[in-house]
Design a protein around this ligand. Structure first.
Ligand code: SF4
Length: 488
């Protein structure tokens, strides 16, 4: 099926891209197996936790400024809302936007509804959302419960759309649909491509869609220097803005794991060229990313000037950081392309990457162009990475590995994972702002941050001395991948 915007539901990553959540080996082995459909998922006989793709749809959709999201689910599926709303408000502050709470309603499906059906509750909630907020669109996300009982959300939303005259969009993101939670991003983008984006009327030669999360605005200044303007999507955009993303000159993404589906869909449906390059982390990735953007938008000369001046600007400080960080051992846990990008960045700082736990692996992107693949870029330019694990979180594996490798530093992208570093006496930081490490300045940002975090060694040693791990000595002596079954 691939990208088929006529279908109400997105095809999940496992079948669309052949993505997996179980692997242990080296980064090079994973790249080799990803070629020619030789990649098999190694399933765990014990699984501790994993993210829900419904949550990942919500985290994109609730940040659209003038829409409402209805989560058709038991109330517990919305337990993450305070967290999402915190991220939403922090992001609004970073972007100098007026503070506004996320507008998310839940249909509160109960046991009775699972027997008699929840469609009536959904109809009432849509009307209530419209009455209360007068939004420009309503997104209805599904859950395990509404999926299992078979509520026909597509029919209910289509009927309500005719009655209310605004887009009311079904987003198929039941938690059980996929073990790869980034399928939730794809579901949200599928909904936007299917029902919000309109065919282009006036093409904009200077406008570049930037598929991103909620990080700091760094592109207004950088793109301004090459005569372009960023159009940040999806968080903090409006429905009117999303309707016109088909008019942009190009689409870039801060991370192909996030934006692969939307970028490829915009190119396929509306001819908006996707910038096909590894993410802009580290000198090599950033050069490739900007050069491809320059080629697609006709700004080659301006881009070469930007690269030259940025490289010259950061050179003295980068040299100093490299001399301080050379040989320090670091372990990373993060989402797929973002984790690969951090490996590139840390190797560029001359650190030793002792290993990585990456939350899933896509053997290819939706555009099927090898230039966008982030892990082969890392292996080709910076060498292999040992102790390379693909896991959908699984803290029991992480604690075992960290305890064995004892790195000087642990970097985590997800909150629940960062807590384990200090408990093991490892200086650790959690990086929420993905733009922090992006581009040439990102190298300096990370270098400075790491030097500060390494100074916490005594503090975290103290924390470890007063912490009791929930794992027994027996487990810490086992192979970390004891429960990772199946032959690869
Ligand atoms: S949709 Fe399913 S997996 Fe996701 S929070 Fe609800 S019950 Fe849990």
């Amino acid at each position: 099926m691939g990208i088929n915007i006529k279908s109400p539901e997105v095809e999940i990553r496992e079948s669309r891209l052949g993505s997996i959540t179980g692997f242990a080996g080296t980064a090079r082995e994973l790249c080799n197996r990803s070629k020619g459909k030789r990649l098999c998922d190694r399933r765990r006989s014990f699984s501790q936790c994993l993210g829900c793709n419904s949550g990942y749809s919500l985290c994109q959709l609730i940040m659209i400024q003038d829409s409402v999201v209805i989560n058709h689910a038991p109330i517990g599926c919305c337990a993450d809302l305070p967290d999402f709303n915190f991220t939403n408000r922090v992001g609004q502050i970073k972007r100098n936007l007026p503070l506004r709470n996320a507008r998310l309603l839940n249909t509160n499906l109960t046991e009775k509804d699972t027997i008699y059906g929840g469609e009536e509750k959904l109809r009432k909630t849509i009307k209530e959302a419209y009455k209360r907020f007068k939004p420009n669109a309503i997104f209805v996300t599904t859950s395990c419960a509404s999926g299992i009982i078979g509520d026909d959300v597509e029919v209910v939303t289509n009927e309500a759309e005719k009655e209310l005259g605004i887009p009311i969009v079904f987003v198929a993101c039941e938690g059980f649909r996929s073990k790869i939670w980034t399928t939730g991003f794809d579901a949200a983008y599928h909904a936007i491509l299917r029902k919000i984006v309109k065919p282009p009327v006036n093409k904009r030669e200077d406008l570049v869609n930037v598929i991103n999360f909620w990080g700091t605005d760094i592109f207004t200044e950088l793109f301004g220097r090459i005569g372009l303007k960023p159009n940040y999507i999806v968080p903090f955009s409006t429905i009117a803005q999303l309707e016109k993303i088909s008019e942009a000159a190009a689409t870039v993404q801060i991370c192909p794991t996030l934006g692969t589906y939307l970028a490829a869909g915009l190119e396929q449906e509306y001819g908006v060229p996707e910038v096909k390059a590894p993410p802009a982390y580290g000198l090599k990735g950033t050069d490739l990313w900007f050069r491809e953007l320059g080629r697609v938008t006709g700004k080659e000369k301006e881009v070469e000037e930007l690269i030259k001046s940025e490289r010259e600007r950061i050179a003295p400080k980068l040299k100093e950081l490299r001399s301080k960080l050379k040989g320090k051992r670091v372990y990373i846990t993060a989402g797929a392309a973002h984790g690969h990008s951090l490996i590139a960045l840390l190797k560029e700082l001359h650190m030793e990457v002792a290993g990585a736990a990456i939350f899933h692996h896509d053997p290819c992107c939706d555009n099927k162009d090898p230039r966008s693949e982030s892990l082969p870029h890392v292996v080709k330019n910076y060498g292999d990475v040992k102790n390379f694990n693909v896991c959908n979180k699984q803290p029991f594996e992480l604690v075992n590995v960290l305890n064995r490798l004892k790195p000087d530093l642990f970097i985590a992208r997800h909150g629940g994972m960062a807590a384990w570093g200090p408990k093991l006496g490892i200086p650790t930081f959690l990086m929420g702002d993905e733009q922090f490490g992006l581009g040439y300045q990102g190298l300096l940002n990370y270098g400075d941050k790491i030097i500060g975090v390494l100074l916490t060694k005594e503090f975290v040693t103290n924390i470890a001395a007063h912490s009791k791990l929930p794992y027994t000595d027996w487990w810490l002596k086992q192979d970390p991948y004891t429960f990772l079954g199946g032959d690869i």
